[in-house]
Design a protein around this ligand. Structure first.
Ligand code: SAM
Length: 195
């Protein structure tokens, strides 16, 4: 199998604080579970990869109803949850932060843009989806995107977007994993499939 160029995750956080007005000492409460995004970033860029080039990774945060944060791997290594939170806060406040782009936009906007890319495949990570063995025969696109829910899963609105766009749900098994674990597991699975 040829190596996909981009492995992308979209972390959906409909209740997250989308303007940077959260306390670094209370990320789950004041950040509306922005801690989930911080741990997802650590999983993606800091501890999830073994063989996959970090330049080939991307994580998008779809926050609230109209805020998109796009993360590529910054040069700095070994970031903690708090360091990621500081970077997110600065980016949301309008400062230039290496590796982070912010803009207005919804989950549906993101999906539409990614669908328009050449050779692009989008999956939703869902415990009730089809077995992950399906990835073996289908992860051959140059762009593979996996959408992940928050601690509550996906709201009805996100579910409707998935149905409208015909996005396939794929399961990592019957256990309910943390979002960050799912990111690490998908990276590991794709590394195994393409190397
Ligand atoms: C902590 S889980 C959400 C738990 C929530 N109670 C639910 O039932 O969806 C966070 C996200 O991780 C992903 N996830 C967790 N376990 C998974 C599994 N076994 N297979 C696929 N995705 C999973 C899903 O995207 C889920 O929305």
């Amino acid at each position: 199998m040829s190596r996909p160029v981009v492995l992308r995750f979209i972390q959906v956080l409909p209740n997250a604080n989308a303007d940077g007005d959260f306390s670094l000492k209370d990320l789950p409460g004041s950040g509306g579970r922005i801690d989930i995004l911080c741990r997802g970033l650590s999983a993606c860029f800091d501890w999830g990869t073994e063989t996959w080039s970090k330049e080939g990774l991307e994580l998008i945060g779809a926050l609230g109803s109209n805020r998109i944060l796009r993360f590529r791997c910054p040069a700095q290594e070994c970031r903690s949850e708090r360091t990621w939170a500081e970077m997110i806060k600065r980016a949301m406040k309008g400062f230039t932060v290496e590796g982070i782009e912010t803009r207005e936009g919804s989950l549906e906007d993101c999906i539409g843009e990614i669908e328009a890319l050449a050779s692009s495949k989008i999956w939703v990570l869902d415990r009730t989806g089809v077995d992950r063995s399906v990835l073996k025969d289908t992860v051959d696109s140059s762009q593979n995107t996996f959408i992940i829910g928050d601690h509550l899963g996906f709201e009805d609105r996100a579910q409707r977007v998935f149905a409208d766009h015909g996005v396939t749900k794929v399961s990592l098994g019957s256990t309910d994993y943390l979002s960050s674990h799912c990111i690490a597991a998908v990276i590991s699975e794709i590394e195994r499939l393409v190397t």
